[in-house]
Structures are given as C-alpha cells and as structure tokens.
Design a protein around this ligand. Structure first.
Ligand code: LLP
Length: 398
C-alpha cells in the first residue's frame, strides 16, 4: 500500500473494527444500553458508514460532525449532540433535526435552548452533562470531570437548570450524564461517577422528571505500553447490578478505533548529533499530534522484521522542536527508505492533522480481507491553495 500510494499513510483494518465493536458489545451484553460512537475520534466517512451499518448510534459535537454522520446515512434518532459551547445555529439544527438528545452543559445553554425551542415551536430532548468532580488521573489535557475543568454543570447550578427546563414545556429532560476524561484504564472513577449520577437521577425522578437514561460518557482507554486492558466486562457487571430501571448510554471513541489504525511512514535520514541519534521520517506532527500534544506513547515497529535496535528519537520534518513521535527510546535501526508503523493511531490521528508548513494531509486506506481501498486521497498541492484561489477575485468594501 505504501508503494502504491506513498507515505505517510493511515491504514485502518476492517477486521479490527469488527473485533473491537463486537468485544465492546459482548462485554456489555447484559447491560441495558445504547452505544454512541464518539465521532471526534475518527470521522472518515467510510468509518462512519461502517458504524452506521453496524447499527451504532453517534455522538457529535459540531455541525461538521453532524453533516458527516448524516452523509453516512444515519437517521436523526440515532444521533446525540454534545459539546461545551454550541452556537445558536448548531442548537437550532439539532432541534430541527429532532435528534435523539442534545446534551447541555450550562444554565446559559439550557436557557438558549428553551428560547430556540419556543421560537421554532419544536420539542427537544435534553440531556444534562454534570461535572461529577472526579479526577480520572489521566493527562491533564484530557481530564474533563474535575471541578476546575470547563466541562459540565456544577451541582450548585443544577436547580437553576431545572427551573429553566420546567419553564419551557417543549424541553424534555431524558438523560443525565458525565464524561470524566479520555484514555482511562482504571474502573474506579467510572463506578464513582455512575453512583453519583444514579443518586441524582433518583432525586430528579422524585422531582417529577422522567429520566430514563444515564450517560456514562466515553474515555475507555487502550493499552499503549503493555498495561492491563480496561476491564469492560467488570464495568458491565457493575452497571447491570446498579442500573435498575435506567438505560446506560456509552460514548466510546478510542476504544473502538484506536488500535484499528497505524500510520505508515518512511525513514528519510539517520542522523547523529551531540551523541544523540535521530531517525527522521516523512510523517510529522502535522500528520499525527498525540506525542507532541500529550507526550503520548505510541509503539513504533519496522514493517520489515529482524532489524537491529538503536536508542534515539523518532522525529519528523516539521520546523518545531515538538515535532517528534518518540524520545530517547529503543527504535528499529532502520536505514533510509525503510517503512515504519506508528501504532494505535486509529483514534485522534487523522482528525487532528493540519497543514502547517504547507504539508499535505496523508491518504487513508481501509483494509478489508485481502484488499484495500482508499477512503481519503492524499491532499494535492492544488488542495492547499484552493480556498485562497477561490477567494482571490472577491473584493468587498469594509
Ligand atoms: N464523550 C465526550 C463528551 C467526550 O468529550 C469524548 C472525548 C468522548 C466521549 C470520547 O472519548 P474517548 O472514548 O475517545 O476517550 N485528543 C485527545 C482525546 C480528546 C478526547 C475528547 N473527548 C487524545 O488524543 O487523547
């Protein structure tokens, strides 16, 4: 595939997608639940179509993600809209489509939602994302359930949120939930947050709200360096025991697509400097951001087996010292021209690519059985300047 299409190249495996979704559903088979794939993890249309055909529901956080999911063929009743700062037009779209649920994150948002539902004279199903004040002990940039994080509704403002919902009969509260962070391998924070939500749901039912769903969010981590995997079956057992009359909503992203993708890159140079060794490859932080953004660990393997090892850095061509994939690690001692795979890049890989240094975004392929197909072609030089060229003739007065 690298020979046919060049590198860097995102390669996804259909078999791994099948396997991941099946094991997810299997571990939760005794829990009354619904799975909303978190589109932000990988929004390639072919991947979304695959999820749609598998019968999954979708969690979107912008008009753009909604557009992609609709294009994949998913009906509105299988889409939930979340996000901490939705625009009025995004809320309007969500109301007009009649989505399964709009997850709100503040009093101000619920008030805006009430006003829009009233103006559009349309009903809307609402979920409340509560900040459960739980530290899931993941990287601070991807921890979302702590008191100081911007996400969710503080318990102190809940009464105001509830009166705003009571005042507008077009709003129907159907769910409460939380999302405590991402790449979490420990079960305990989920137990804590579910029990908090459960107590809250009971209280709200007592106050006359017909809440039927508890949304536990996503965040289920995948092993990156041989850690024990997230024990989803144990979470399933816990939820089945405690869920009572409630249906549990899940919003997994990484767990379903993370290990279904690799980024294939070619070695350009092997360089030694001040006693430090560098493998310089043709992928950069513009193609894969996680090591730069979070210091994330991703395995690196040579596609050709049997290469000796070297100690050093794996870095890219981008003009930033943060442009690296591995620092001071054991790497394949690969000659220029060798192909390497950066592992577990199916989630938060292609979606975080950008054009810095006027680099073209990589192609993406999906392997199905013995064959593969291009599901996004590589960007061209023309793609890079199209929007500017198209704007060039427009002259507007200030
Ligand atoms: N639900 C909500 C409300 C979320 O905010 C997220 C992720 C998910 C579900 C899915 O989380 P997952 O199951 O994929 O962990 N770019 C970062 C991850 C950011 C996650 C943001 N929210 C990374 O590369 O680690």
């Amino acid at each position: 595939m690298a020979h046919a299409l060049g590198t860097p190249l995102y390669v996804y495996s259909r078999a791994a997608l099948d396997f991941n979704l099946e094991s997810f559903e299997n571990a939760l088979r005794e829990v009354r639940h619904r799975t909303f794939y978190a589109v932000k993890a990988n929004f390639n249309l072919a991947i979304l179509r695959w999820f749609n055909q598998a019968g999954c529901s979708f969690d979107v956080v912008s008009s753009g993600e909604l557009h992609r999911v609709e294009r994949s063929g998913a009906p509105p009743h299988r889409i939930a809209f979340g996000g901490v700062a939705k625009t009025s037009s995004e809320l309007e779209e969500a109301i007009q489509r009649g989505l399964f649920c709009i997850h709100a994150e503040s009093v101000e948002e619920v008030e805006k939602l009430a006003e829009l539902a009233n103006r559009l004279n349309s009903a809307a199903r609402v979920g409340l994302r509560i900040n459960p004040e739980i530290d899931a002990r993941t990287h601070p940039y991807i921890a979302t359930g702590r008191r100081e994080d911007k996400f969710g509704i503080d318990i102190e403002t809940l009464d105001r949120v509830l009166s705003a919902i009571r005042r507008e009969s077009r709003l129907r509260l159907i769910s409460i939930g939380s999302h405590i962070g991402s790449q979490i391998l420990d079960l305990e924070p989920y137990r804590q947050s579910f029990l908090k939500l459960l107590a809250l749901a009971e209280r709200l039912r007592g106050e006359g709200f017909d809440i039927r769903n508890i949304d536990i969010g996503g965040g289920f981590g995948i092993p990156q360096q041989g850690e024990p995997p997230f024990d989803l079956a144990a979470l399933g057992g816990f939820l089945r025991e405690h869920q009572g009359q409630y249906r549990v909503l899940f919003e997994p992203g990484r767990y379903l697509v993370g290990n279904a993708g690799i980024l294939v890159t070619r070695v350009l140079y092997r360089k030694a400097k001040q006693g430090r060794r560098f493998l310089l490859v043709d992928a950069g932080m513009s193609d894969f951001m996680r090591p730069t953004l979070y210091g994330a660990y991703h395995g690196v393997a040579a596609l050709r087996q049997g290469l000796p090892e070297m100690r050093g850095d794996l870095a890219g061509p981008v003009c930033e010292s943060g442009d690296f994939f591995a620092l001071d690690r054991d790497l394949p001692d690969a000659e220029p021209g060798e192909l390497l795979a950066i592992e577990n890049t199916g989630a938060y890989g292609s979606v975080l690519t950008h054009n810095y240094n006027a680099r073209r975004r990589p192609a993406e392929v999906l392997v199905e059985g013995d064959s593969f197909r291009v599901i996004r072609r590589r960007e061209t030089l023309e793609d890079l300047i199209r929007l500017e060229e198209e704007s060039a003739s427009q002259e507007l007065s200030v």
